[in-house]
Each structure stands twice: as structure tokens, then as C-alpha cells.
Design a binder for this molecule. Structure first.
Ligand SMILES: Cc1cc2nc3c(=O)[nH]c(=O)nc-3n(C[C@H](O)[C@H](O)[C@H](O)COP(=O)(O)OP(=O)(O)OC[C@H]3O[C@@H](n4cnc5c(N)ncnc54)[C@H](O)[C@@H]3O)c2cc1C
Length: 335
């Protein structure tokens, strides 16, 4: 028998965007419910060192996400281990169907289902993920200062990542299966002019090689797709740059998407094309894809949901002049 839960704000996703939305929505007294999905904590739980989260010189990704969950919970977010299988956004209250059988009825919804880097699916790639294999140059490039790096791919992502990585690496080898790049011409020009980048055409990645203890990458084995010849390239870092896919399964037929499926939001806002439905984090962001930008969008989504609910008279007894998200207004006379 299905159980029904009613909430003013339903947050779908437990990455930085979802948990930050939980903190802000709780502090706006909206008593949000947050559904975690099959990856509680989101993408950062799949990495090790994070060195660009403000306030932490270095933090382990999974530890950071445990702290974010505890923070959202402490502020009053009800956190539920469930997975949303479908959404009904035609009539209000909106309905989200949980895999558990629970139906979540919500006046407003914050979508924070994130994105996934595309991987090649090699066992050695999986083995060294977070230990030399990465899909995010902005996140991990800094760890390879003065080292040799291999980037795999041939589109804009690969070329942008290769160019960015020359800021740190002594040499970047871009491995591509074809004999021409799909990336924009202007990016290709920059790539070919960069003395630190070497192109390896017509090669596919066969295996990432490295040490067991400590676990770490030492190089890659690549195969010439025309001749079958195998070659080894030394490298301390391997970046798989074959693109990202936003986790848009719930809304791809319901909301406008662009740039390969990212949900479109209004300029400077997390509002989507459906009133009361907000989208935050990597689900909407084809450009930055960072924890801190996702958290920022989670904050925006909660504040915008609160304002929208106030306009619908769903938040009762709310003082419109009260600043959102910052607690009680400061009494300047008391300072
Ligand atoms: C290996 C790796 C290393 C990284 N390192 C860094 C770094 O050092 N610094 C940095 O700033 N960024 C880093 N990033 C990027 C960062 O992790 C993302 O930008 C950030 O996690 C995006 O946050 P998000 O909240 O939008 O979504 P995500 O973190 O992607 O979380 C999405 C959430 O949605 C949930 N979900 C999905 N579908 C459903 C559903 N149907 N029902 C319920 N829940 C659902 C998932 O379970 C998950 O909890 C890294 C990413 C990777 C992959």
C-alpha cells in the first residue's frame, strides 16, 4: 500500500546543491523533505582530496558530504533514503513517486539531481578513480604540478581540459581515437599552438597502469586503432574527458533542456519553465560543474522557492520584510 507524504518543499538530490537547499529551506521554516537518491552525498563521494571547498584547505569528498548532510539535518531537513522514479508536474500539489512506494506531494520542488561524468568503462579506470584517474581538470589538475598527464577525448571538453592542465603539467598528451578533433576550431588552434601538448591521433585507451601500494597511476597503455600496435605512455594523471550527462531523466520531457540535456533556468535564477519547480547544481550547469557553484545554486533555489510560496500564500504568517536565509533581522540599536 502506498504511503503519501505532504511537504511545502521537496528537494530531490543529496549533493551540495540539495543539502544547501535543505539548509536554507529549513531556516526559512519550510520543513523540507530531501530525497537522497541512489548516491547519497552525490559525486563528491566518488573522490578523495577536495582542495577548493572554501574553509577547508583539504577535505575528503565523502567526509565533506557527511558534514553537509548533518548540517541540513540539524537545521530541520527531513532526509529520506528513497529514489524518485517519476514526477507529475501537471497539477498542484506536484507529485513525486518514490521507489519505496511513497508518494511525495509538494507545493514546490527543487531538482538537484546533478550530473555524471561519462567514463570509458574500463576496469583499470574504475580501479584508479580518485587515485590518478579523474574526469575533472578544474578539481584535480592542481595535484599534478610538474607531472606528465594524459587526456582522453576529442571534443570541446577534452581540448578545454588539456589546455587547462598545461597550467600545471610538464606535458599533456591528448589521446584521440580519430584523426581529427570534434572541438571548435578556435579551441583547436589554441591546442595546436601550445608547446606542452602532444596529440596522439588514432589511439584508444586500453588500460591505465600503476602501483598497488600506494594505489597510484604510472601510465597508460594505448592501441593504434588502425594498426593494432600497443604503446605505453608514462603519466601520473589520466583525465577522461568524453563529456558529462546531466541526470535529467525525471524532467527531460517536461522541462526545456539545452547543451546536451541540461535543464534551462531563467537568467540569474533557478526558476524553470514550470512555476514552483526550481533546478540547481550540475543538472543546470554545463559550464562550471563545481561543488561550490552547486551549493550556491541550492541556496538560490531555496530562497526563490520560499518567495514563490509566499506569493501563493502557501507560507503562512511570513513577514515579507524578513531577510531570507540570514535568521532574525538584526536590531541595529542592540549592536
Ligand atoms: C571524481 C570527481 C571529483 C570532483 N572533485 C571536485 C572538487 O575537487 N571540487 C569541486 O568543487 N567539485 C568537484 N567535482 C564536481 C562536484 O562533485 C559536482 O560539481 C557537484 O557534486 C554537483 O553537485 P550537485 O548537488 O549538483 O549534484 P551531485 O553531486 O551530482 O548529486 C546529485 C544527487 O542527486 C541524486 N539523485 C539523482 N537522481 C535522483 C532521483 N531520481 N531521485 C532522488 N535523488 C536523485 C543522487 O543520488 C545525488 O545525491 C568532482 C566530481 C567528480 C565526479
Amino acid at each position: 500500500m502506498s504511503d503519501t507524504r505532504r511537504t511545502k518543499v521537496l528537494i530531490i538530490g543529496s549533493g551540495p546543491a540539495g543539502y544547501t537547499a535543505g539548509v536554507y529551506a529549513s531556516r526559512a521554516m519550510l520543513e523540507p523533505i530531501l530525497v537522497q537518491g541512489i548516491e547519497p552525498g552525490g559525486q563528491l563521494t566518488t573522490t578523495t582530496d577536495v582542495e577548493n571547498w572554501p574553509g577547508d584547505t583539504e577535505v575528503q569528498g565523502p567526509d565533506l558530504m557527511v558534514r553537509m548532510e548533518a548540517h541540513a539535518h540539524a537545521m530541520g531537513t527531513e532526509i529520506i533514503g528513497d529514489y524518485i522514479t517519476s514526477l507529475d508536474l501537471e497539477t498542484r500539489p506536484y507529485k513525486a513517486h518514490g521507489d519505496s512506494g511513497t508518494i511525495y506531494e509538494a507545493d514546490a520542488i527543487i531538482l538537484a539531481t546533478g550530473a555524471r561524468a561519462k567514463w570509458l568503462g574500463l576496469p583499470s579506470e574504475e580501479k584508479f578513480k580518485g587515485f590518478g584517474v579523474s574526469a575533472c581538470a578544474t578539481c584535480d589538475g592542481f595535484f599534478y604540478r610538474g607531472q606528465e598527464i594524459v587526456v582522453v577525448g576529442g571534443g570541446n571538453t577534452a581540448v578545454e581540459e588539456a589546455l587547462f592542465l598545461t597550467n600545471f603539467a610538464s606535458k599533456v598528451t591528448l589521446v584521440h581515437r580519430r584523426d581529427e578533433l570534434r572541438a571548435e576550431k578556435i579551441l583547436q588552434d589554441r591546442l595546436f599552438k601550445n608547446p606542452k601538448i602532444e596529440m596522439l591521433w588514432d589511439h584508444g585507451l586500453e588500460e591505465v597502469t600503476g602501483t598497488e601500494s600506494p594505489l597510484g597511476v604510472e601510465g597508460v597503455r594505448v592501441k593504434n586503432v588502425k594498426t593494432g600496435e600497443i604503446r605505453e605512455i608514462p603519466a601520473k594523471g589520466v583525465f577522461i574527458a568524453i563529456g558529462h550527462a546531466p541526470a535529467n531523466e525525471l524532467v527531460k520531457d517536461k522541462l526545456e533542456t539545452h547543451m546536451g540535456g541540461y535543464v534551462v533556468t531563467k537568467p540569474d535564477s533557478t526558476e524553470t519553465s514550470i512555476p514552483g519547480v526550481f533546478a540547481a547544481g550540475d543538472l543546470t550547469d554545463h559550464k562550471y560543474r563545481q561543488a561550490v557553484t552547486s551549493a550556491g545554486m541550492g541556496c538560490m533555489a531555496a530562497l526563490e522557492a520560499e518567495r514563490w510560496l509566499s506569493e501563493q500564500d502557501i507560507v503562512e504568517g511570513k513577514d515579507e520584510t524578513e531577510p531570507l536565509g540570514y535568521g532574525a533581522p538584526v536590531d541595529s540599536a542592540a549592536e
